[in-house]
Design a protein around this ligand. Sequence first.
Ligand code: FAQ
Length: 330
Amino acid sequence: MYAQMVKSSGEGVKTAGEMDAQERAFQSRIDAGEKIEPKDWMPAAYRKTLIRQIGQHAHSEIVGQLPEGNWITRAPTLERKANLLAKVQDEAGHGLYLYCAAETLGVSRDELFDMLHTGKMKYSSIFNYPTLTWADMGAVGWLVDGAAIMNQVPLQRTSYGPYARAMVRICKEESFHQRQGFHIMMTMCNGSVAQKEMAQDALNRFWYPSLMMFGPSDKDSVHSAQSMAWKIKMDSNDDLRQRFVNATAPQAEFLGLTIPDDKLAFNEDTQQYDFSEPDWEEFYEVLKGNGPCNRDRLETRQRAWSDGEWVREGMMAHADKRRNANQTAA
Ligand code: FAQ
């Protein structure tokens, strides 16, 4: 049922005159900055949009473990290995907080996993790119976590209580992730010529896919207007992308690296960086499943799910046994 429900429509935003009394009261609560809690009344489309966004976000955290998991056994030092291991475990934890938040909306975790495994629900495009060298661990932390934070810090103020609260903890951990990635880049940029070249190559490959994480440009964003009216999204895709470029360009300069964009320049009039848009055709191809790693990522998750079946069965049998024992005792 939810497979159809999460296909949110992206219809126009209703005006106050088009809303019924219940919808108007709901919108007033949102406008007043109140949090909506699971048992509160909410429009069906608000629920659908949240399930879609939180579900995709949770899947992104889980699939997002794969590109970095790829380097745990090959980290250059014990300290780097321990840090990377902790980071990848953190991502699993973020996925679990988010699945819990989605469950409060009436969708089950099994339904969410099923939609991921059957390709009915998306995860972030960025995780369909390969991590080819150790420098990619630096670039992922610096750029991918950097972009994630830019998007997620405002979501701590999102209107749905369980989502906003999950974001607080996630953002704290993402900030650490971003710093460890930047530290890897700094070490490589202060290392040998070959290491600095590797760092530059990682930046070249991850720059535009990181810009794509913020979603299509505002004119093509289907959901932004309604999601922003409901404070499910706090900022538009382009605003967040611009903020990310403004924050990241000076960091690249500090590292002595060149962002692969001839148009990138600080604009004195706007006090922002001008930059080139990503290749949106490539973005939509990745969304359709045609990115470099889509097939591999999905197969890996499907395999993990079927390999874990005996564990789930064992856990459920144990839970049933305890429940029966408790009922008998009572
Ligand atoms: N990838 O109308 P909009 C992380 C889809 S967490 C794939 O603008 P919306 C942590 C969109 O779903 C990264 N699909 O959509 C980490 C919609 O399709 P649909 C994840 C995308 O929802 C770090 C269609 O395009 N973060 O990285 C993407 O208003 C390191 C039209 O787009 C979140 O999920 C994309 N990049 O805005 C883990 C944050 N962009 O559903 C491991 C929460 C758009 O109608 C290692 N999410 N689409 O079929 C959001 O803020 C929003 O959902 C956006 C998209 C901004 C991602």
